[in-house]
Design a protein around this ligand. Structure first.
Ligand SMILES: Cc1cc2nc3c(=O)[nH]c(=O)nc-3n(C[C@H](O)[C@H](O)[C@H](O)COP(=O)(O)OP(=O)(O)OC[C@H]3O[C@@H](n4cnc5c(N)ncnc54)[C@H](O)[C@@H]3O)c2cc1C
Length: 517
């Protein structure tokens, strides 16, 4: 028995870890560095190609819940993220190099994992004893894309995303910017390793038996406590690493005149490839700023340049608009422009972005750019176990399976890895219930309307509603935050129950020996 995995990104790396942890030998094929992609810069596994943020990390936030579920399922991506955490308030952001290096080293050292650096150009033969997972991501190589198209037919789609620029910290004019998080929700985190599985299991049981699903580490408590009494806008459910009001940011304040001038320059700037903003198909949560600007003069002020919750210490007032810069590496010498993905030509891009107060002399470590995003029409192709319906020994995982985001990609890889291992061991594949974030994501990808399918981030909206099941037999709370916490509490309890019943090998404790990272 073996599991073969094509693609060593977030999904493929997590799948390899899960299958190997279940005691099944894994061969992981990664084409870099033999064949590079348009956006990856290194040969490391699980390289983060854009933002260094895994987004919110609290249980009143759906991606916070998804991450917590993954921790309880012993996710390697979550362990590596904790081990490379950088300050980002209540969000989980990482030093991207340390993160990818941790994953690469852990998988390379695993006795059951063989890593082969090779481009796979045809989908490998699979059987029950030797299942295959394809997790080649949004930049799946051309040759393999053609084979995927043959398997999934017309449901194989292309669409476009764009990434944010990064500036060199020393070129930011600190006299013009101020460090602050929205509503002063900043807190500093310390790097810490996640608790052992035994510790997590007892935490799961505690929360399942009425612990309220509350986080239990000091940092998480600090994050939770900072909520009390604060007014908070709900973060955009679909966002490309955008500030959700929790973080240590450098803020570039703009007056009305500065904003108007910036806006005019932006809409006049020449775009690299796309001129017809209506025809091109961008993911709504990751729109280039110039596409947003073309929707109206105030769209940016209500999007990535929103000033709410910020107070400029020099004026004592909320600025007219603001651009936020987030630390992008542990050394603190790179800052990315939050939510500022763009495809403007590099010369124009530098000129327009240098109109932002504080960035007049900015040097760009990386410019924003547009990229292709390849994904299949999940509901037409997949079952909720991430198996291809027409070929159940073949799995798709990650972004190309029709999810959106780092965490979601890793979560799908987690489940695909567990299920491929189960198949190889002669056990049935399964998915957690729709009351959990990971189960809801699997259900969405396999059951949404195929006629209008768009990849989705995890949101509470796709998790089974409370009123249909009750929580702990109670009624759904009225407040949004309380309702979200209640959903999380139920999710974690149901996950524990699923782990006990369906994940036999977890329940029996016969996972391969735990490997520390
Ligand atoms: C430019 C860009 C920016 C993005 N920005 C963000 C962001 O800021 N935040 C966010 O949450 N999500 C972002 N995403 C979306 C998504 O979360 C990431 O793409 C994520 O890396 C997806 O994980 P994955 O494992 O599916 O794919 P990847 O991490 O891309 O991994 C796929 C791997 O497969 C390899 N591969 C491809 N074809 C072959 C082949 N034929 N044979 C062998 N190996 C192959 C690739 O080299 C790659 O290592 C972005 C996507 C792109 C493309």
């Amino acid at each position: 028995m073996t599991v073969r995995i094509v693609g060593g990104g977030l999904a493929g790396s997590e799948a390899a870890w899960q299958a190997a942890s279940a005691g099944v030998p894994v061969t992981l094929y990664e084409m870099r560095p033999v064949r590079p992609t348009a956006v990856h810069k290194t040969d490391r596994l699980a390289e983060l190609v854009c933002s260094n943020s895994f987004r919110g990390d609290k249980l009143d936030n759906a991606v916070g819940l998804l991450k917590e579920e993954m921790r309880r399922l012993d996710s390697l991506v979550m362990r590596a993220a904790e081990a490379s955490r950088v300050p980002a308030g209540a969000a989980l952001a990482v030093d991207r190099e340390r993160f990818a290096e941790t994953i690469t080293q852990t998988l390379s050292a695993h006795p059951l994992i063989t890593i082969v650096r090779e481009e796979i150009t045809t989908i490998p033969e699979s059987s029950e004893e030797h299942p295959v997972i394809v997790a080649t991501g949004p930049l799946t190589s051309e040759a393999l894309s053609a084979k995927l198209a043959a398997i999934v037919g017309q449901a194989h789609l292309y669409f476009y995303d764009a990434i944010s620029p990064i500036v060199l910290a020393e070129t930011i004019d600190r006299s013009k910017v101020f460090r602050q998080s929205r509503w002063d929700r900043s807190f500093r985190t310390t790097v810490r390793l996640p608790p052992s599985r035994a510790e997590r299991a007892s935490a799961s049981l505690a929360s399942a038996s009425g612990g309220g699903g509350k986080p239990d580490t000091p940092d998480e408590k600090a994050a939770g406590d900072s909520d009390s009494g604060s007014v908070r806008l709900q973060p955009d459910p679909l966002s490309c690493g955008i500030d959700d009001g929790e973080g240590d940011y450098l803020n570039c304040p703009l007056t009305r005149d500065e904003y108007d001038a910036f806006y005019r320059a932006l809409v006049e700037a020449e775009s690299a490839t796309v001129h017809d903003f209506d025809k091109e198909r961008f993911f709504e949560g990751c729109l280039p700023i110039e596409v947003m600007a073309h929707r109206g003069p105030d769209t940016l002020r209500f999007g990535p340049m929103k000033p709410v919750g910020l107070v400029d210490p020099r004026t004592g007032r909320e600025p007219y608009a603001a651009v936020q810069l987030r630390q992008d590496n542990l050394a603190g010498d790179h800052f990315s422009l939050v939510g500022f993905q763009t495809q403007i030509k590099w010369g124009d891009q530098a000129r327009v972005l240098r109109m932002i107060p504080g960035l007049e002399a900015a040097e760009f470590v990386r410019f924003g750019m547009v990229h292709r995003n390849t994904y299949v029409n999940g509901p037409a192709v997949l079952s909720e176990t991430w198996q291809v319906r027409a070929h159940p020994t073949l799995f798709f995982a990650g972004q190309m399976s029709g999810v959106e985001g780092y965490v979601e990609s890793a979560a799908s890889g987690l489940l695909a890895g567990l299920n491929a291992a189960a198949l190889a061991k002669g056990e049935p594949a399964s998915s957690p219930p729709r009351t959990t974030a990971i189960g809801a994501l699997a259900y969405y990808v396999s059951h949404a309307n195929p006629a209008h399918y768009e990849p989705s981030n995890i949101t509470f909206g796709i998790i089974q509603a409370l009123d249909s099941t009750g929580i702990g037999r109670g009624k759904a709370p009225r407040g949004k935050k309380e309702r979200n916490l209640a959903l999380s509490e139920r999710a974690l309890a149901d996950l524990v129950a699923w782990m006990g019943s369906d994940l036999d090998f977890l329940a029996r404790g016969d996972r391969a020996e735990k490997i520390e990272i």
